[in-house]
Design a protein around this ligand. Structure first.
Ligand code: AMP
Length: 431
């Protein structure tokens, strides 16, 4: 635990009481390091994950600046926070609103995101906004309709920058950057730093303070990581067995497809386990409802795709199950980082089929892990390990999926043609 209190970070009395009302007693490492730097006007580049307290790390100084900026009518948009998903937009906006509780000056904080009708968001902003937390596409939409002006923005935050780029928002980001004033403070937060995030940071930031907070989250949570060897067809039974064997109150199960979320959720419900699916094709209302019920402990298991689960905060998540393995090592980190927060011990369990061995091996390698494969009695894996597939790896980013792209196939064909028949003694690493 850090030994400096919130009082030493340079925050006003109003914000200190908001922090206290929120129940935060000590700043997290990222907050101790980032708050004074951001207050002083510096750009910041932070390697920080969900659970590290990063929202308040940029939120507190951002609100401090807005609190003391002379007011204009209508309100001038001063701070823009870009996030990859609608859930995260709603959560970040809510956390910021919580931090303004008790302010003498009202601060208008709006979340804007796609997937819902644009008009209510447009109407809500008629009186102007001080802070907008947005997904890039919807933000551009609103700017283009004249509902928002970016010329007055003094602080830009990119939250979960790696996800923003993973989700293909590079072009929208560029268009937004072109519309922002050149003189501004920029803050970039990301859990991982593949080359594309580094190059974005280079373009965006001026002499930033670089912060790399330890991976440990608030009050050093611990995550027990397990890998269970199991046949594909036995995974659903194994999951039910684990849910019976462990008193996990709230479990997030990751699967690969929308269809699988519904199918598995249905099977678990039939087994008497309160479960809901969460995927991108559900309406915003159904998603919010599923999340609210999960948070209220009315349902025990949420079966989700990576996309739908991105950025979700559930304080007491007790276990994460990788029913289908994540496609990349980064996704593995994002998935398991959802448990073991706020001082709790969390469990993560990965189901590893024979055909997943080489893929999971690469994930382990990226995170310097070596997990023993457990065999659970009655669910022992019987399938033989497939011959190791060729992985066309990206040395810095994730492991590209198991499916070969057209380009990979062409490259392999070219290599075969150049080298003659394959040599079975050669290793499996692609180029
Ligand atoms: P974040 O990393 O911003 O997603 O925050 C993760 C969780 O930690 C959120 O639920 C915050 O409300 C909570 N949190 C943030 N800062 C602190 C703090 N200093 N002490 C305790 N909890 C915190």
């Amino acid at each position: 635990m850090v030994d400096v209190g919130f009082e030493s970070l340079g925050l006003s009395r109003e914000l200190l009481s908001a922090v206290k009302a929120r129940g935060y007693t000590d700043p997290t490492p990222i907050q101790s390091a980032a708050v004074p730097a951001i207050l002083s006007g510096r750009d910041v580049l932070a390697c920080a994950q969900t659970g590290s307290g990063k929202t308040a790390a940029f939120g507190l100084p951002l609100l401090e600046r807005i609190r003391t900026t002379p007011r204009e009518r209508p309100r001038r948009l001063l701070a823009l926070v870009l996030v990859p998903t609608r859930e995260l937009a709603a959560q970040v906006a809510e956390e910021l609103r919580q931090l303004t509780q008790g302010f003498t000056r009202s601060i208008a904080i709006h979340a804007v995101f796609g997937g819902v009708s644009v008009n209510p968001q447009r109407m809500a902003m008629r009186g102007g906004a001080d802070v907008v937390v947005a997904t890039p596409g919807r933000l551009l939409d609103l700017v283009e309709r004249g509902a928002l002006r970016l010329q007055g923005v003094t602080t830009l935050v990119l939250d979960e920058a790696d996800r923003l780029l993973d989700l293909g928002f590079a072009e929208e980001l560029q268009r937004i950057l072109e519309r922002l004033p050149a003189r501004r403070q920029s803050l970039l937060f990301s859990a991982t730093f593949p080359p594309k995030v580094r190059s974005l940071a280079d373009r965006l930031l001026t002499s930033p303070l670089k912060l790399d907070v330890p991976r440990v989250d608030i009050e050093t949570p611990s995550i027990e990581q397990r890998a269970i060897a199991v046949d594909g067809h036995a995974r659903s039974d194994l999951l039910r067995h684990l849910l019976r064997a462990h008193a996990w109150p709230s479990v997030l199960v990751f699967v690969a497809t929308k269809r699988a979320t519904e199918h598995l959720a249905e099977q678990l419900c039939r087994a008497g386990i309160a479960t809901a699916p969460l995927h991108g094709e559900l309406s915003q209302t159904s998603r919010s409802e599923a999340l609210a019920r999960f948070k209220a402990s009315e349902i025990r298991v949420l079966v989700a795709t990576d996309l739908a689960a991105r950025g979700i905060h559930v304080e007491e998540l007790s276990a994460v199950v990788n029913y289908d393995l994540p496609r990349s090592a980064n996704d593995y980190l994002h998935r398991i980082g959802r448990t073991g927060r706020a001082g709790n011990v969390g469990s993560s369990v990965s189901f590893v089929r024979a055909e997943d061995e080489s893929h999971f091996g690469l994930i382990e390698k990226r995170h310097a892990l070596s997990l023993a494969r457990e065999q659970i009695q009655g669910f022992e894996r019987t399938e033989a390990e497939a011959p190791r597939a060729i992985h066309v790896g990206d040395s810095s980013g994730g492991i590209k999926g198991r499916r070969k792209s057209k380009k990979d196939k062409l490259r392999e064909a070219a290599a075969r043609a150049a080298n003659g028949p394959p040599d079975p003694t050669k290793t499996d690493r692609g180029t």
